[in-house]
Design a protein around this ligand. Structure first.
Ligand code: NAD
Length: 288
């Protein structure tokens, strides 16, 4: 029997907890957490993601701040918007929607976001805190969502062999760090990995974030493994994912569906990070 992990249910529980936390913070301090989303250009996928995030922010009772810039906006225009949000004490978190239009280097722009407002966990500062195993610092939403989902299913990470397929700064690398912090034995595979199936077949926990539709099938999976499918690729035929989930029936112990698996968790973690940022900023203000 293969269990389908319900990401929507766990995301809803976390969103409810965040909403309760937001209400309690507002009652105690009069401050309402605010997430600022920054969208550059008219990429339809980016616009859809930002719309989802903004709806979730409002659902949780937070303030939704949005800045939209045209596709021809330059580095300095975006930097000015980010700096204004960084300086605004009413803004708890800042999210710069990626990818940026071609020709813009995202790194120096991401790094204008102060660590305390880095709800995506992507600044060099936050990446360093994670790699340095610091207790503080905000963690990237999708990797954090994957760990929360595994925890909610009672999947044991300590001593488990976790294989992460994909080594991006957004998903694969930070996830590998989080798994390592949870005492898993971690292997990271990527586009240059030779003999992928032999590498993934040792996994007790297999997380796939390559963005290659149908990459992983039964030949890649150890019987009884937990398989988390992060990949989402939009095609004219609809949404496809990295794992041929139906083919794992009776082989994997658990799989996450797409949609309804990791996707909703990413948004729930964004809300959780925004609340955490607001709480921390409140503490800092009080201690000054
Ligand atoms: P990316 O393109 O930045 O990185 C892809 C990684 O996969 C790279 O490290 C690359 O080496 C590796 N890879 C590519 N082809 C491979 C192959 N044939 N075998 C093994 N490894 C291979 O992508 P990303 O930003 O990390 O996103 C990965 C996927 O996850 C995408 O489909 C993206 O849409 C999805 N995603 C989903 C969510 C969510 O909320 N569910 C969030 C972020 C990303």
């Amino acid at each position: 029997m293969t269990t389908y992990i319900d990401g929507k249910k766990t995301a809803r529980r976390i969103e409810d907890e965040v909403a309760a936390g937001v209400a309690s913070l507002a009652r105690r301090t009069g401050r309402v957490p605010a997430l600022a989303t920054v969208l550059v250009g008219g990429d339809p996928a980016g616009a859809v993601y930002v719309a989802h995030k903004r709806r979730a922010v409002r659902r949780a009772g937070m303030r939704d701040v949005h800045r939209s810039l045209p596709a021809h906006a330059g580095h300095d225009d975006i930097a000015a918007v980010l700096d204004a949000l960084a300086a605004d004490p009413e803004v708890s978190g800042i999210l710069l929607q990626l990818p940026l239009p071609e020709g813009l280097d995202p790194r120096p722009l991401i790094d204008r976001i102060p660590g305390a407002k880095d709800v995506d966990g992507l600044t060099t500062h936050s990446v360093g805190l994670l790699a340095g195993r610091a207790a503080e610092g905000l963690r990237p939403c999708t990797p954090r969502g994957v760990i929360e989902l595994l925890d909610s299913e009672g999947v044991v990470l300590r001593g488990a062999h976790a294989v992460v397929v994909g080594a991006s700064g957004l998903v694969g690398r930070p996830l590998a760090q989080l798994l390592l912090q949870r005492d898993a034995t971690v292997t990271v595979a990527h586009r240059h990995t030779a003999g992928l199936a032999a590498v993934t077949r040792v996994a007790d926990v297999l997380v796939v974030a390559a963005g290659v539709p149908g990459l992983i099938g039964p030949e890649h999976v150890k019987p009884g493994a937990t398989v988390v499918d992060v990949g989402i690729t939009r095609t004219v035929a609809g949404i496809t994912s990295d794992v041929r989930t139906a083919e794992l029936d009776g082989i994997a112990a658990r799989v996450t569906p797409v949609p309804g698996g990791v996707g909703p968790m990413t948004i729930a973690m964004l809300l959780a990070n925004t609340l955490e940022a607001a709480r921390q900023q409140g503490h800092r203000q009080m201690s000054h």
